[in-house]
Structures are given as structure tokens and as C-alpha cells.
Design a protein around this ligand. Sequence first.
Ligand code: SF4
Length: 627
Amino acid sequence: MNRWRQLVRHRLGLIGLVMLGLALVAAITAPIIAPYDPYESVRVGIEDIYAQPSDVHLLGTDDAGEDILSALIYGTRVSLLVGFSGALISLIVGGLIGLVAGYKGGRIGNGLMRFTDFFLVIPDLALQIVIVAIVGQSLRNIILVIGLLGWTTSARLVRAQTLAVRQRKFVERARAVGASDFHILGKHVFPHVLPLMLANTVLVISLAILAESTLSFIGLGDPTVISWGQMLNFAFSRGAVSAGAWWALVPPGLAIVWVVLGTTLVGNALEDIFNPRIGRHYLEKEKPSTPEPARVPPSRVAALSIRNLSVGFQGDDGLLLAVDDVSFDIGRGESVGLVGESGCGKTTTMLAALRLLPPGGSIVAGAVHWGEKNLATMSEEELRHLRWVELSMVFQGAMNALNPVKKVGWQIAEAVRTHIPGVGKAGADARARTLLEVVGIPPARADNYPHEFSGGMRQRAMIALALAANPELVVADEPTTALDVMIQAQVMDLLSKIRRELAMSMVLITHDLGLVAESCDRVVVMYGGTVAEQGRVEDVFSEPKHPYTQLLLQAFPDLDQPDRPLVSIPGTPPALDQLPPGCRFAARCPQAFDRCHQERPPPYPLSNGWEAACFLLEPSAVVVPGG
Ligand code: SF4
């Protein structure tokens, strides 16, 4: 309704709507408003041929003595029928190809786009002429030919928009929930692509009308119907020009311009309104066949055991390692904080562990053990049964992770229905409301859209969504970002309470060391895609061993030492395409020495699973800091 109002308020769009509306009214009421029936044969005398406009024939007559105004009005029916039907066929064919190509990507997407390119380079009109000449000049054949050759622009546009939507958090969330591709395409991607498809379809209508007029003008129209192109064809081929009968040429020409201009104005207005933001996309590379096996055996007690995990993204110059040889465990019922600056690989590590990497990213080595299973090598179908029931995620940025066009309750019920067999629509809805209550949101708010929730409520709704199927492990990615301090505390209290009650394991990805100190059992400090230090929170925070951890903690305010000056770590983490050969922290480390720039330090074990990757901890190390 909002969009409709916007269209009416768009000046040029409104003019286009009026122009199209008049044409539609003329087409529908043709038998009533046309002064004569142009399909009825009339007896004509010589004075009726190309008779000038008069009271009897407002736009004159043609070479057969037929009333041009009546033919013009009836011709509207054919032009609009061909335009709308041809555009509908283009929309269906182009839309389906674009949706599948954009969503699947990879070889399927590339194959479909090469197929589209093939049709794109063939001149439409030449092919239409050849096909119509072969299959016959019926109206049905003309519609089919125009529709089946005019889908290419729709396909490319829909693919671009689908690629952009596919990157959105709520699609990742739906995929993580375990929804099927068909469901995601229908319920999450299609509603966001549809407006653009409609805007494009309006423009395709004008192209279809032009194509029909052109075919009819060159004598390939259906001879049994009256169309504007047909009128022009007859006028030119039967002496209207030499007879000076401009009235046989100008009205059908103007009628074509009228409808094409009207549809173009409406189409452009719709494009302005929907303002499609075709986001960047990744050219998806095929996932490497099998990741290199892990070298470190999985822990016997861990719920999730990440072993020698390396994750790469395809760049212009080859594979860029975002996570390099990372190993750590999350015990049953344990809460582990994953900390480090932005770009250190925290989120990528966990997205890879849950196999939710964006297109272009892949696990190149290592293993992710979940019980007896290795998530790194499981099929997408096997993972679908596992996600949300055993492993779930609270995504970063709740507003982006919730689909803006679906009610919050529906989105939670979607996860419930997907993973709890036989629960039914009413059961899923009831559970969604119960889950909202668990996270402190009144159940009646299930009928609200995400934009009607405050930031804190959206974050709570995301937690409710993550708990939809009672998972054993939840990954919470920056669950309190952008929330004020009070709401942050409430959300974290809620997460900790639920985790204890349900004996869940949790990975908390955050920049906030205070949150980790309050709510985690263990901490993993990441830097430059590697693990710098890991261990129990009380060990690492009270006596950090790695220079990076020491500086991170010094950069964080300590309530017990309010006078301690805060330090900032000079420089930034290394870019993925400029990773140093030695210690990733060497360029910023105040204690770096020659060896640090040449060799990568291994993790040195301390006690109780505490370890740090720094040469200073090598048992026999004799170093000259700063040397
Ligand atoms: S290995 Fe060298 S550069 Fe790396 S943290 Fe230790 S001292 Fe610093």
C-alpha cells in the first residue's frame, strides 16, 4: 500500500499510470466505445477509401473504408494482450533462471549465465522474424516467440539482486536454521527480488508491444486480428502515403508511442521507488575437494573440537588465508570467549566450524569434530539435520539477521517447524510465543515486524530464535553490539542463565573482555587468523603470557585499578594479502626479535590447557628483546 502511494506521488509515474489506465479502459470497453465494429465487413464506395476525418469518422477511414478510430480502439486489445502475455512469459523464464543462477552460484550459476549470454548476443528481432516465419503468424505464436526471446534482461537483473540478497544476514540465518533451498528462495529471497522483477516487467511490456508492432509492420503479424502495427503495415503498403492520408499513419504510430511511453514512465518510477541496491557479490569458487586432515587429535571431552582449521577466501591473486591452523576445544556445558581485534578471524573461524561461510570462502585444511562427526566434511544435507537442533547461532546485528518483511513470531516458528517434526503450524506458533516469553518479550509481540522492536528486543528475539530447537551449543556473535550498557547486561544475564539451565555450551565472539571475564570459563585470543593464547579466563586474565594478550588487557579499563592508564596497540592487524612469514604480531610487538620475523611460533603449553604462541615462552629461550 505504501509503494502504491509512492507511485501515485511520483509525478512521472502518475502520468504513466494515467496513460496506461486510459489504454486499459479503451481495451476493455472497446465494443462499447468504438463507433463501429472493425471486424464487421461493410459495403464501401470509392468515396469511403481514405476518407478524411469528419463527423461520421472522427479519424477518417483506411484503404478498406473502415473507421480508423474503431480500429485504433480494438488494436489496443491486441497490443496490450501481447505486451502483458509476452512480459509474463519473460518474467517466469527469466525470473526462474536468475533466481537459481544467483542463489546456487558456482558452476550452475555460471552455466545458466553463459546460456543467458548466448541468447543475449543473438539479435532478437532477426530471430523473431525467422521463428514467426517458420511457426506461423498466429497471435499465440507471436506471444510465445516474444516472451521466450525477451527473458534475458530479467534473468540478469534477478540474478544480480538474488546474489545481493543471498549475502544478507537473514538468509544466512535461515540457512543456519536448516531451511531447505526451496524454502529460502520462496520465503526469504523471492519477496526481496519481486519488486525489482515487477519494475523490470513493466519495461519488458513496452518492449513486447514494440516487438509485436514491428513484426506486424513488416507483415508478420496475425492477419486475423487488428493491431497498431498491422494498421501501419496496411497504410504503408496500400498507398496511404501517396494518397496523402496522414490519418491512416499518425494515429496508430501515436498509439504505440502512448503505451510504450506510459509503461516506460511507470517502470522507471517503480525502479526509483524500489531503489534496488545491487550489492557486491563474490564469484564463487568451487570448494576444494577435501580439506587437509587435522594433525592434532580431537579432545576426548570436548563438545566441539576445532583442529588445525584453515579457512581461505578466493582473491584476485589466489587463495587468501583468513584463518590459519587454528585449534581449540569447547567443552560440554562450557562457555568460551573468542576475543581479538576486528579482522583477526574470530567470526570466520566459527562460521567455518558451522559451515556457514559466505560464498568464496572454504575450509582448506583441518577438522571440526562434533562428537563422532567431522563437520568440515559433512554434506549440506547432513548439516541441515544438525543445525539448530544441536548447533545454533545468534547472529551479529539482529536487525540484519531478521527478515524485515516477516513477523518475528513467524521467523521463530519457521525454525521450530523445520526442526521439530510433526509440531504443526499451531504448535510452532505456540512455541515461538513461549520462547519469546522466555527471553522476556510479551508473547503478543510475536505478531510484530522486526522494525517494531527496539534493539534490545531484537537481540532477545535472536536468542529466542537460536533456542528454537533446544541446541546443545550456541555461537553468539557480538550479541550485545550496539546495545546500551543496561540492555547489554540484561542480554548477557539472560544468555548465561539459559546456558546454565539448559546445560548448553556457548562460544561468545566479542571485543569486550569484560563480558568474557563475567560470562566465560575459557578464553581464546586470536590474532591475524591464528590463536595467540588460550586458557582458563582466570589464568589468562590474571597473568597473560602472550604480548598481544597483555596489550589487549592493558587497553581495557580495570575497575580495581581506576588510575591505571589505558594503552592502545599501535598499528593494525595484517591484511590477508600481506601476512608476514613469521609471527603475525611481530610488526606491532614491543618484544619482537629477529627470529619473530622469520619463523612462526608454535603454541607452547603451560598448564590446564593454557598455551600461548610466542617464542618468549620457549623453555630454552634466550632472547634480546627489541634485537
Ligand atoms: S613471537 Fe616474537 S613477535 Fe610474536 S609475540 Fe612473541 S615476542 Fe612478539
